[in-house]
Design a protein around this ligand. Sequence first.
Ligand code: PLP
Length: 409
Amino acid sequence: MLDAFGKCRPRPDQQLAIETGLYPYFRPITERLENGEVVIGGHAVLMAGSNDYLDLSQDPRLKAAAADAIGRHGAGNSGSRLLNGSLRLHEDLEAELADFLGKEAALVVSTGYQANLALAALFTPDDVVYTDQLIHASLVDATRLGRARVVRYRHNDMAHLERLLEEDGTGQGRLILSEGMFSAEGDLCDVPGAVRLSRAHGARLILDSAHDAGLLGAGGTGAAEHFGQQGAVDLQTLTFSKCFGTLGGAIAGPGHVIDYLRHHGRPAVFSASLPAGCLAAARAALHIIRTEPERRLRVLAAAAKLRADLTALGLPTAPGITPAIALQVGDTLMCLRLCKELLAEGIYTNAMVPPAVPGGKALVRLSLTAAHTDANLARIVDACAAAGRRLGLIPARPGHTVAASVLTP
Ligand SMILES: Cc1ncc(COP(=O)(O)O)c(C=O)c1O
C-alpha cells in the first residue's frame, strides 16, 4: 500500500541545494538595524530582497496607528466579516481605497492571496478565463478553485491572446487575468494591449496590482495608471504586504461585483477578517501614498540607476523600470550560487527557482526600497561585480567604478 506521506521529502533540486549548502530559504531575520541592514545568521547584511518598496513597514506613523487601533479593538477579530468580524475600520478603508483607485467600491480581505482567491467566485462553467502564462500562484489557485475553462496565453503576448480570443467564439463570459507588475521578472503587463482586446472581445479585464499599487502612475494607483488606463480596468486586486508596509488585501471594482464577492468570495466569507492593527496601518500607508509621491519617485530613480549599473557590468539584467530587478541566470544551481555569493558579500537577495518561475528561467531578484541610499546602491553593484566575476557570469576586468550619484539629495 502506498504511504500517503511518502511524497513528503525534498524535491531532488531542493535536496541538492541542501547538500551543497546553497539552500537559501526560511532564513530568520533576528534584528533590523537603522541603516537598511538586517541581521541574518549573526551577520549584518543589506536587505535587497524585500517588497517594502516605499519603506513603510518601519514608518513610525504606521506603527503608531497600528498600536492605537490594537489598543482600542484588540489583537484580532475572531471571525469573518460576514458574521462577527466587521469593524467600522474595514468600511472606512474600503471607502478610501475605492476613492483612491477611482472605483465604485472595494472589499478588504486578510491577504493579497485571499483577494485573488476570492476571484474564483467569478469563474463559473459559463466563463472562460484567459491568463498570462506567468501569473502569480494565488491567481493560478483562483482558477483552480473556480470552475471556468482556463486558456493560457504566452507571457505578455497580445497577438497570441488575440488569436485565442478570436478562435474561441463560444458566447461564454470572458475574463482576462494578468498582473500589473509581474512579481518575479519585475516587468509590466501590456495594459493598453489588454484593454484594447478586452473591449474588442467583450472580456472583463482583471489586474493584480500587488506590486504596482502605491508604486506606479502619477497618483500611485498602479500599472494601469502608468499607461493612462486606470479607468479601463474592470477589477483590481491589491495587497497591503508590499507598498503598504503591513498585511491585508483588497479587490476594487463595480459596486454590484464587489457586493457579489463580499457574499460569494470564499476567503471573504469563510476566513477571519483583517485585524484592526493592520487596517489602521494600511489606512496610514494609503494616506502617505497619496501625499508623498516622492517616495515612489525615489525608489524608481534608484531602480533605474541600479539597473543601468548592473547592465553595464555585463550581468544578465532584465530591462524595465520597476524596483524588482531580475538577474536572469537561467540555471537553478547558478542562481542559488549567486544568491549565496551575494550574501557572503553582505547583500540579501531572493533566489527565484522553479516552480516559482518556469524551468530554465531561474533568476536572482534584487528589490529596492525608498530607503536605499547611493552608498547602498554602490555596495550592491560592488557585491554583484565580485560575485559575478567569481562565478564567471561577467568576464574578470580590473578597476570597475560605480557611476556618480544621482540620488543623494
Ligand atoms: C503578484 C502577487 N499577487 C499576490 C500576492 C499575495 O499577496 P499577500 O502576500 O498579501 O498574500 C503576491 C505576494 O507574493 C504577489 O506577488
